[in-house]
Ligand binder design. Structure first.
Ligand code: 0O2
Ligand code: 0O2
Length: 267
């Protein structure tokens, strides 16, 4: 090992992790305020331990004077999302940021790893303002769902405990568990889409109803009393029958009658 001052070497990485954590947590708060829903559930971060840096350098044959570029995850940020779709949204938001530079991306969701591991990785270059000027450091941003995180956290701790000697049977069961976690994500996404669709349907229905009622009111204003009463009776009947399609057709009919009334035409 070289005689480097590890404390000094890691300092900009510590700073990068702290700053990026604050920035992504703030992004979460801001999106929540703007859109009432944040694609970010929570954010964590860490600086790689010295022993892990040394192990990785050895495994990837990175010389000690090249670890700044050869090891990309000395600074690591993890962004957890509720749904798989949120991951794409967060990645889009990171790509356009002006305070960091995207180096490259690894889509371990489409191309999941042999172990079953799924996550979206973005390697970014982040400028840290130090006492002696700007220093660009590399950071790895891992974006994953809560289910992917649940699996990766447990798999990581088992792998750490058993090192390379994880029994084949356990390895296979972990792979099956990764599929189960992904199935959970898929099911949760489809439930969410159904909720969004039904919310949209509900909103559309209530918009149609309010336009029908206000158009009928306006017909009275233009003295089309007989027409207005008839439309009201037809609407009441369709409302009883919960016939959303026919209500939409009736809404168009009422709107045309109102247009004619406004132009002063006959009924
Ligand atoms: P909040 O407002 O509770 O979301 P810190 O240095 O204190 O900012 P650090 O060192 O990154 O945070 O801590 P850690 O343990 O890595 O966790 C970071 C944040 O993620 C913490 O929230 C934890 O509460 C949250 N967290 C960790 N694990 C989970 C989990 O399984 N589910 C959920 N929902 N949250 C989790 P903060 O920073 O206190 O902020
Ligand atoms: P830590 O801090 O312990 O998490 P490599 O693929 O390892 O030769 P590379 O290209 O740097 O080298 O790695 P990769 O796979 O792109 O991303 C590295 C990080 O992704 C790992 O960091 C893990 O955090 C995570 N990761 C990748 N594969 C798996 C996996 O099968 N299981 C789990 N639980 N996590 C994985 P480190 O180095 O493990 O560091």
């Amino acid at each position: 090992m070289d005689g480097r001052d590890w404390g000094l070497f890691l300092q900009p990485y510590e700073q990068a992790v702290e700053e990026l954590k604050v920035k992504f947590k703030t992004l979460r708060t801001e999106l929540k305020a703007r859109e009432a829903y944040a694609p970010i559930e929570f954010v964590t971060g860490r600086v790689k331990r010295i022993s892990s840096i040394l192990e990785k350098a050895k495994r990837l044959s990175v010389p000690m004077d090249k670890i700044e570029t050869g090891i990309e995850d000395i600074a690591g940020i993890r962004i957890m999302c509720q749904f798989v779709d949120d991951i794409r949204r967060v990645a889009d938001l990171i790509r356009v940021r002006k305070d960091l530079q995207l180096v490259y991306e690894k889509d371990y969701i489409t191309n999941y790893k042999e172990s079953g591991y799924r996550s979206y990785h973005m390697i970014v270059e982040y400028p840290v303002q130090t006492a002696i000027g700007l220093k660009n450091v590399l950071a790895e941003v891992q974006i994953r769902t809560l289910a992917m995180n649940f699996w990766a956290t447990i798999e990581h701790s088992l792998n750490y405990k058993y090192k390379e000697s994880l029994p084949e049977e356990v390895r296979l069961r972990l792979k099956t568990a990764a599929e189960a976690a992904f199935l959970l994500d898929t099911e949760m996404s489809s439930i969410r889409n159904e909720i969004i669709d039904s919310q949209r349907g509900f909103e559309e229905k209530s918009n149609v109803v309010s336009s029908v009622l206000s158009d009928i009111q306006e017909l009275y204003f233009f003295h089309r009393v007989r027409e207005a009463v008839q439309f009201q009776l037809r609407f009441n009947e369709l409302w009883e029958q919960e016939d959303a399609f026919a209500i939409r057709v009736l809404a168009d009919e009422i709107r045309s009658a109102l247009m004619r009334a406004k132009k002063g035409g006959g009924a």
